[in-house]
Design a protein around this ligand. Sequence first.
Ligand SMILES: [Zn+2]
Length: 115
Amino acid sequence: MSRGVSSWIIATGQAWKLYGAVAGFTASLGLLTAACFSLASSGRFFMALAACGLFLGCATFVWFAAVLRCPSCRAKLVWTMASSRPHSSWIIDLAALDRCPACNRELDRISRPQP
Ligand SMILES: [Zn+2]
């Protein structure tokens, strides 16, 4: 296997979305960690921090699912994969895709999204 795991995502210029999702999930995790720490000290901000963390996590996933699309048919690939594969492996299958599950075109052949 010489291909990178997320090759088609990078080849179609969508790598920044992946980094954006990672940043969003990291921030969400940070808020939840802060919520746990606040519970240990006073607990006053626990609900606010936990709610923000959970909201940010959900919002990041929804955004990521909405923006990561097939460059030719605009299918929402995160939705497609998350709903059709087992929960443990869909993200690996998503990154390793070489063809779009909706239109069956080769994903990394297309260098730029169609307008
Ligand atoms: Zn497609």
